[in-house]
Design a protein around this ligand. Sequence first.
Ligand code: GLN
Length: 309
Amino acid sequence: MDDLQTLVNEIHQEIAARTERGKVADYIPPLAEVDPAHFGIAVTTVDGQEFVAGDADTPFSIQSVSKVFTLTLALGMVGDRLWNRVGREPSGTPFNSIVQLEREEGKPRNPFINAGAIAVADVLLAGHQPKETIGEIVQFVRFLAGDDSIVIDQRVARSETETGFRNVALAQFMRAFGKLDHPAEHVLGVYFHHCALAMTCRQLSRAGLFLAAGGYNPATGRSVVSRGRARRINALMLTCGHYDGSGDFAYRVGLPGKSGVGGGILVVAPGKASIAVWSPGLNENGNSLLGSQALEMLAQRTGWSIFGA
Ligand code: GLN
């Protein structure tokens, strides 16, 4: 599989030459300060090989990519009852939209928009203090990646807590509709902290491998979820993982993916590989501009689309 190493090197070189790099998230200082010149890519195949290029070992803020892991945990806790709390339809709205939430009486469209992830955090809090839930999420991500060095960037978590006014609004709004079981501050504490997880492309692609391999992580030898559940999480990533850019991502890349405002994207090529890319500049939907372009190249050149090679 030398070809795959050649391919990620080529993608790295082509991306490095691009001058239009998008706009780095500036809603909190720690993200605004990140150098837009970074680019990393890591591919972990289901047979355990890794192919990396660029800044694949530099940690970045995974932000909304973490919602895949909290969704997986919540499904493990309450199963299909989760769908009483949150829908599974694409929203067609920005990730932090409030309008739809009012119209739909506080039930978020899907687990990947902010409101949906806040509802998931509320589910994870059942019977726990926020600190315990945060600890469980970190442990789960370490277990998935087989890497105990993964931590939360406390500076990012603090910044989110100090200035996440829109998320406060979303949570309080849901609470007003009777859709949260716990105080908004507790739920947001969990949400802000899991968004602040810092991971490298290599760690992230390892952590997503179970979704490419039918729920089993071949790298760690651990079973994570059933085959059917992995398939469904992938379906949600495809339809909702890029907010109102999900259709375009499916059209261009043709693989389930989840993006974050830190510029990371986790992508699943079922039966083949888990892929993580990172480029901090974002497009108009808040998804990594060059990260999406890199994935488009990878999907085209490998033929790894779920819609046909
Ligand atoms: N922490 C970010 C927010 O709440 C996550 C959003 C994202 O990554 N799209 O706004």
